[in-house]
Ligand binder design. Structure first.
Ligand code: ZN
Length: 491
């Protein structure tokens, strides 16, 4: 699918569409509809169970999305959270420099300064793709969205540019509340805001986005999680040193010089995508950033990339960032509080490992990767625990007894599972609607279900989405059937 196809599909099926659509929409802002909101929530819940709830000292917190200026000065965002902006002199179109140059097929390293952008533009004699005009001088553009607080609007604040800052701001209290144990994990699933110069590609570049991030605070000398959990794993990675795609075992990665705690989390993420979400192994890779492409505070920086056809290839859907002690040191200085930890005669600043995921990007990728169009039918082969609805209850015909039994069946399952009820249209059309949104099971109530003379009395048909196979199941066994089907094995 291309971007327009995917967006059309998302709108048609109740997944998502531009915010304020009835007024023509606004770039980089999207609303989730009745199906998409649940798909997003399912992804978040599985993420939370998998990455956070299985550890004794990892916790979910939440934070204000509106922050005062001070912490964002201390974190460096007020000064450095910039993109380079160029404008066409003639038609006045604004471009984000890296996006413009990549569209024009010219290489530019991440974090290039305005002067470097100007030099690249003049060296390649680049012109505005819209009108052929020449460009004005490139400028640094801060991507944070500032707001004025208070009755006289005198206090400057910002919408947070990443959820990570809320975790760092709450670290001090949580570390002390939680008896000063390391490693400590603080996770946030929440919104972040960026004044993107050119939002585009559906849910890829948004001005308001949802992140699922886990910040692990740890002691570099003692944090050595057990790699034997991942024996046999092979990780697709493009190391910065070789620039080539390689398939490496955890041990080989350690031999290459990546710390054990870093390799462990690569394996954890790899398992999440391949096993829990069911992504094909060739469609996942880690891309290491180095040199000028690496964020200045990161010691090791890898993008998690999925090969998403509608985005034209491998694109970033998350990241694994070893941030060292940059964040705690910055906020310790900014707030005049000591974050140093004393342990066994040592005094040290904890380090941070960040697991960061763009929820909207991952939702988009799920649709792209799991949409099937074959034999004249379209179905979304999501894992049952990711699918917006687990099952649909469908009365085969418009008959009072059948409808009544179908209603009872819906009530039996509703509240325990996400169940859709649909009685309108032909059964073929109703199956097709459920296939398109990825509902793994369609439960059909028919004449046999309500016929006490039939040997199929009190049973229903359960149709499986991908294979279209049908099982005849007792209504009293449905709960167990669905329970077994949606169980997740994380190991
Ligand atoms: Zn122009």
């Amino acid at each position: 699918m291309n971007i327009d196809d995917l967006l059309g599909y998302a709108k048609r099926t109740g997944m998502f569409w531009p915010s304020a659509e009835i007024y023509g929409g606004s770039a980089g802002l999207y609303d989730y509809g009745h199906i998409g909101a649940m798909l997003k929530r399912r992804f978040e819940n599985v993420w939370l169970s998998y990455f956070v709830e299985r550890w004794q000292n990892y916790f979910l917190i939440d934070g204000s999305t509106l922050l005062p200026e001070k912490p964002l000065v201390a974190s460096g965002h007020a000064e450095r959270f910039n993109d380079v902006l160029v404008a066409c002199r003639k038609c006045k179109t604004y471009y984000r420099a890296d996006v413009l140059l990549s569209d024009l097929g010219v290489e530019l390293h991440e974090g290039a300064t305005p002067a470097e952008v100007d030099a690249t533009i003049s060296r390649n004699n680049l012109k505005c793709p819209k009108c052929g005009g020449s460009f004005g001088e490139a400028k640094a553009f801060n991507m944070m969205i500032d707001v004025s607080l208070g009755p006289d609007k005198a206090d400057r604040g910002y919408l947070r540019p990443e959820t990570a800052q809320s975790a760092y701001l709450n670290y001090y209290r949580e570390f002390n509340l939680l008896r000063q144990k390391l490693p400590l994990g603080l996770a946030i699933i929440g919104r972040a805001y960026r004044n993107e110069i050119s939002p585009r590609q559906g849910l890829y570049r948004l001005r308001e986005l949802v992140q699922a991030e886990l910040q692990i605070f740890f002691d570099e000398q003692t944090f050595k999680p057990d790699l034997s959990n991942f024996s046999g794993a092979r990780i697709n990675v493009v190391p910065y040193t070789t620039g080539k795609l390689e398939s490496l075992t955890p041990d080989e990665l350690v031999l290459r010089g990546y710390p054990v705690f870093y390799v462990y989390h690569m394996c954890l993420i790899d398992r999440f995508y391949r096993k829990i979400l069911g992504v094909q192994d060739t469609k996942l890779r880690f891309l290491e950033k180095g040199g000028d492409d690496k964020a200045f505070y990161n010691k090791i920086h890898m993008d998690i990339e999925l090969n998403v056809e509608s985005w034209g290839g491998f694109r970033e859907v998350g990241g694994l960032h070893f941030r060292g002690d940059y964040d705690l040191t910055s906020h310790s200085k900014g707030s005049n509080k000591s974050f140093l930890v004393k342990s066994e005669g040592r005094e040290f600043m904890p380090s941070v490992l960040e697991l960061s995921f763009g929820v909207d990007r991952n939702v988009w990728a799920q649709l792209d990767l799991f949409f099937n169009n074959s034999d004249g039918r379209q179905f979304l082969s999501l894992k049952p625990y990711i699918a917006p609805y687990t099952a649909a209850v469908l009365p085969l015909q418009n008959d009072e007894q059948i409808n009544g039994r179908a209603e009872e069946t819906f009530q039996l399952l509703a509240g325990k599972y996400r169940v859709y009820f649909d009685s309108s249209g032909s059964i073929g059309k109703r199956y097709a609607r459920m296939d398109e949104i990825g509902t793994p099971f369609c439960i059909t109530v028919d004449y046999d279900t309500v016929d006490s003379g039939s040997d199929k009395f009190q049973t229903v048909t359960v149709r499986k989405r991908d294979s279209r196979e049908q099982d005849r199941i007792k209504i009293s066994d449905l709960e167990k059937y669905l329970h077994d089907a949606v169980e997740v094995n994380f190991d």
